[in-house]
Write a protein that binds this ligand. Structure first.
Ligand code: ATP
Ligand code: MG
Length: 397
């Protein structure tokens, strides 16, 4: 019996004239991910991508990988038959055994995309329901809240029988919305912010600011590990690591202590501006959440934002820590994020940060030193690394 996976479109299905460019992008992304698993033949028809394992490629691994590809609304594992109901019927017991032998309730759904097929959808539904009940007499039909839905789709290329449809990652294919730069700290929030914007179709690359010797190599490694973990959803990723020590020292020595955090955040944004300009990123992403800490009050965000020359996306701005942590667990970054290594933000952070900074005071404070020259220097000394999907090179215990 031949088994294949159908990847059904999510939001792409709603697109109009430009739909094929999104489909191309999604197909390309699927191919990129699956090449790490084995050989698959991949084709496209009727709002569905057909993924067929070849030469013994593992279908379970493929399902796992496809669950993390943005743009897919549902991943459906099916057996393929010729378009002859009597053949399908004979395999119901065997193919559905794993899904149905332990179940109590089910329903059937039939879809006839090929209108030349001699049975109507209600007729298929009736006959398939009977076949299932014959094979699994313990089952009862429950059309409202079934444990398992058995589907038969009559498509151009064959009849597809399945009892397993998994909700996909949703969103838009990575790359279909351009690319943006994520300010990645070692915390819980920023990886989630990156995941959320990749879901909207952005290629997400990361920028991280380090302050050795105040921050350790391990703190940097932790962030690199987060990058690798994020590739599961975001795909290959570039990582910009910015030396930030001198800027922080000068801020500490020359500027009012209460404004330190906001001034530091503005310096980070100004560096990100330059990297965006040089590398062609169309926006900056942060993990800021309103009211979480002193630098995330409305007046503080106003001051940070005023330093930005690109749109700043803050997808977790309205979420609380519990909601953000839930996503972090789902995407597999939580355990790394809670490792203890210190971030550059905490190193010089004042005891009593000003929660209502005024932009005039901030601009005045920045005149105390030639920070623009330091920003240019930091950009010049920035290191770039690449993390590839499916590779694990960073280990921390
Ligand atoms: P996170 O959990 O993402 O670390 P947080 O709650 O610790 O966030 P802050 O430390 O105030 O919040 O940082 C707010 C945002 O600023 C982060 O989400 C991140 O986007 C950015 N940021 C902070 N520190 C760094 C850093 N060292 N490098 C890059 N970006 C940073
Ligand atoms: Mg942080």
């Amino acid at each position: 019996m031949k088994e294949i996976i159908l990847a059904k479109y999510g939001e792409i299905a709603l697109k109009g004239d430009n739909r094929s460019s999104f489909e191309d992008m999604l197909t390309k992304n699927i191919k990129r991910r699956l090449k790490y698993i084995g050989e698959f033949s991949i084709s496209r028809k009727q709002s569905t991508i057909y993924i067929e394992p070849e030469n013994g490629a593992d279908i379970d691994d493929a399902v796992e990988a496809l669950k993390k590809v943005f743009g897919i609304g549902a991943v459906q594992r099916c057996a393929v038959f010729p378009k002859d109901f009597s053949i399908v019927e004979k395999s119901v017991g065997e193919y559905l055994d794993g899904a149905l032998s332990g179940a109590k309730t089910f329903k059937v759904e039939a879809k006839r995309a090929d209108k030349s097929f001699p049975m109507t959808s209600p007729q298929i539904q009736q006959a398939l329901g009977d076949a299932v009940l014959d094979a699994f007499p313990q089952l009862k039909v429950d059309v409202h809240d079934p444990e398992i839905t058995v589907r038969l789709e009559i498509r151009d290329n064959g009849a597809y029988l399945s009892a397993e449809r998994i909700i996909g990652a949703g969103g838009m294919p990575v790359g279909s919305s351009g690319k943006a730069l994520l300010m990645l700290s070692g915390g819980i929030d920023s990886p989630v912010a990156g995941y959320m914007m990749a879901k909207r179709g952005l290629i997400v690359d990361c920028i991280h600011y380090v302050s050795p010797p105040y921050t350790s190599d391990r703190a940097r490694l932790k962030v690199e590990k987060l990058c690798e973990e994020m590739t599961e959803y975001c795909g290959d990723m570039r990582f910009f690591c910015v030396p930030f020590t001198e800027i922080q020292e000068k801020l500490r020595d020359y500027c009012p202590e209460g404004h330190f955090t906001v001034l530091m955040r503005r310096m980070m944004v100004k560096i990100a501006n330059k990297v965006c300009e040089r590398e062609g990123y169309g926006g900056i992403i942060t993990g800021e959440s309103l009211a979480q800490v002193a630098s995330q009050t409305l007046p503080a965000l106003y001051c940070t934002n005023a330093a930005a020359e690109f749109p700043v996306f803050r997808p977790v701005i309205g979420m609380d820590k519990i909601e953000i942590s839930e996503i972090a667990r789902k995407i597999g970054t939580f355990e790394t994020s809670i490792m203890p290594y210190e971030d550059c933000c905490t190193v010089f952070s004042p005891k009593h940060p000003r929660t209502r900074p005024k932009i005039e005071e901030i601009l005045e404070a920045e005149k105390a030193y030639d920070f623009d020259a330091m920003i240019n220097e930091a950009v010049e000394k920035t290191e770039v690394k690449r993390f590839k999907y499916g590779e694990r090179t960073v280990f921390l215990d």
